[in-house]
Design a protein around this ligand. Structure first.
Ligand SMILES: Nc1ncnc2c1ncn2[C@@H]1O[C@H](COP(=O)(O)OP(=O)(O)OP(=O)(O)O)[C@@H](O)[C@H]1O
Ligand SMILES: [Mg+2]
Length: 248
């Protein structure tokens, strides 16, 4: 029998109450190595809150979150990042006045602050790594472009690149394709499908076509609890899921 230590991430009995309201209620799920897991569910189901709890932004009121033998609920946000958990928020936190190259450079391990990164001696290894990441995020031709001039979708990719350059073993993305064109969504799916060697991705998304393109497994949240979990096909055919979410 598989034990919970075989998973990259195990979430057990996770609970948070805000003034007595249980936004996440005794939630358990397990993410495998190299898995893309997608969390779906209606507005207010608790999806973003789950990511906030795992990355240490919100304090849980109960439960356990194990990642590679570490109990994340006992750690601060910066310690969790250090252990290899990267989190992308809905609004890109990139530096508009810097170029694509500089944004990636200041996120590269070894750069300790914006000023440190800019004063940092550019080694061949770092330049190679930046070029490799830029290729993955479709921005190779735009390395010298100021981030402010990128399209909305390109900004989202840049932020994913800024996380990837730190080589996280778990990458969490909250609605990464919101506001993207159909072509950009397709490329984002392609991107996620190429980065899962040695890494798992936990994605919150509403776009079902995109979910279909990436999900190994889908977890459906409703009122802070799991309504259903399984393959995209199984979840889409589940009458309870159709009733509370997909039928709308
Ligand atoms: N810090 C907080 N204080 C109080 N209530 C909160 C807090 N954070 C979230 N909530 C509440 O918890 C519930 C779940 O919110 P959450 O943002 O996780 O939903 P979601 O599934 O991400 O929804 P959406 O699809 O709209 O992004 C909501 O009712 C929200 O108002
Ligand atoms: Mg949300």
């Amino acid at each position: 029998m598989a034990s919970t230590t075989d998973y990259l991430l195990s979430v057990e009995g996770l609970t948070v109450s805000f003034d007595g309201f249980r936004a996440v209620d005794n939630l358990s799920f397990y993410v495998d190595n190299d898995e893309i897991r997608v969390i779906i569910g209606p507005n207010g189901a608790g999806k973003t809150t789950v990511l906030d709890l795992i990355c240490g932004r919100t304090r849980a009121t109960g439960g356990a979150v194990q990642f590679k033998g570490h109990d994340l609920l006992k750690m601060r946000e910066d310690q969790i990042v250090h252990k290899g958990v990267g989190r992308k928020f809905q609004n890109p936190s990139i530096y508009d006045d810097l170029t694509v190259f500089e944004n990636l450079e200041l996120s590269a391990p070894g750069s300790y602050s914006v000023f440190g990164a800019l004063a940092f001696k550019r080694t061949g290894a770092i330049i190679d790594r930046i070029e490799e990441i830029a290729e993955m995020i479709f921005l190779s031709d735009l390395l010298d472009q100021k981030a402010a001039l990128l399209s909305h979708g390109q900004k989202q990719w840049l932020e994913i690149g800024m996380l990837l350059i730190q080589d996280p073993e778990l990458l969490m993305l909250d609605e990464p394709v919101a506001g993207m064109s159909v072509a950009e969504r397709k490329k984002t799916a392609e991107l996620l499908n190429t980065i899962t060697k040695g890494r798992s991705v936990l994605v919150v998304e509403h776009d079902m076509k995109f979910v279909e393109d990436i999900a190994h497994k889908v977890t459906v949240l409703h009122q802070g609890k799991i309504l259903a979990e399984g393959s995209m096909d199984a979840v889409q055919a589940n009458p309870k899921v159709i009733e509370v979410y997909l039928g709308h």
